[in-house]
Design a binder for this molecule. Structure first.
Ligand SMILES: [Zn+2]
Ligand SMILES: [Zn+2]
Length: 278
């Protein structure tokens, strides 16, 4: 079983790659299954049917909109059927979730049936990490602690998800270099233990190589920590946004997991894990 469980298509605000071409690329790369995981980022982005009238044009122009759920799911169903003899396509979303937006995600979860949900942290206090809005004016210690504390508090209070996305990916946006302390290690341990107790997993996001971090998100040392703490639920995803990246480094991720000691990885159906031998 070769699966890529973190893929964006042009239904995501930051991607122009049409879904059908993404699926064709996945087939050409020999993938057995993919899960498409479009972005939802309440707090900084709006649902299309709830755009404030006075800012509608500006928000649409700046692409500050969540995936158009009905259009996305309809297109996915259509293509899933069309390519069903070549590949399995699953319905997913990637939540950019914050403590303050948990109620919005609870509502969303009740509205649509999905196979798989990634719980990621892209913002805290409605400030983005990718453009430095959150880090601005904070010490390196404070923005690292702030990032992991947000994840921990979400994991303690929100339960309708399957895996924590790219757990350490804010290092991609850290302009001050590496930051490793006991305080951060302890926070990461607490997040992992919280997820494990809640029957949740983590993903191995391979995009760290594309972004020249030289490791997976999270790093091999965090993956090892997850293993040592008893973690078993793990998915592998490329976080592909552009042509050529579907299925990127999925085989390498499997090898890395085996080296750590993991025996299985997961795909999902109706939010339930299916285990496959690595
Ligand atoms: Zn993400
Ligand atoms: Zn993503």
């Amino acid at each position: 079983m070769k699966a890529d469980y973190h893929i964006h298509t042009s239904f995501s605000d930051d991607c122009d790659y049409p879904m059908e071409e993404v699926i064709q690329e996945a087939i050409s790369k020999g993938l057995d299954e993919i899960c498409i995981t479009e972005h939802v980022d309440y707090g900084v982005h709006f649902d299309r049917d709830k755009l404030p009238e006075d800012r509608k044009e500006e928000l649409l122009k700046e692409n500050k909109v969540n995936v158009d759920y009905p259009a996305y799911l309809a297109r996915l169903e259509e293509l899933k059927e069309k390519y069903k003899n070549q590949i399995t396509v699953k319905k997913g979303l990637e939540y950019g979730i914050q403590v303050s937006t948990i109620p919005d995600f609870e509502n969303l979860y009740k509205t649509y049936d999905l196979d798989f949900i990634i719980n990621s942290c892209h913002q805290a206090d409605n400030l983005e990490f990718w453009n430095q809005d959150y880090q601005k004016g904070k010490s390196q210690r404070d923005y690292h602690v702030g990032y992991y504390t947000e994840i921990l508090n979400v994991a303690k209070n929100y339960h309708h998800y399957n895996v924590l996305g790219h757990l350490d990916h804010q290092i991609r946006y850290d302009l001050q270099g590496e930051y490793l302390t006991k305080e951060i290690d302890d926070l990461i341990d607490e997040i992992l233990v919280t997820a494990i107790k809640d029957d949740k997993g983590i993903e191995v996001n391979t995009s760290g190589f594309h972004y020249k971090i030289g490791d997976f998100h999270p790093s091999k040392s965090i993956l090892k920590r997850y293993y040592d703490l008893g973690g078993k639920i793990i998915t592998i995803g490329s976080d592909s946004h552009t042509p050529g990246r579907v299925g990127d480094k999925v085989d390498e991720a499997k090898e890395a997991l085996k080296t750590i000691g993991f025996k299985e990885f997961c795909t999902f159906e109706n939010m339930k894990p299916i285990f496959h031998q690595l």
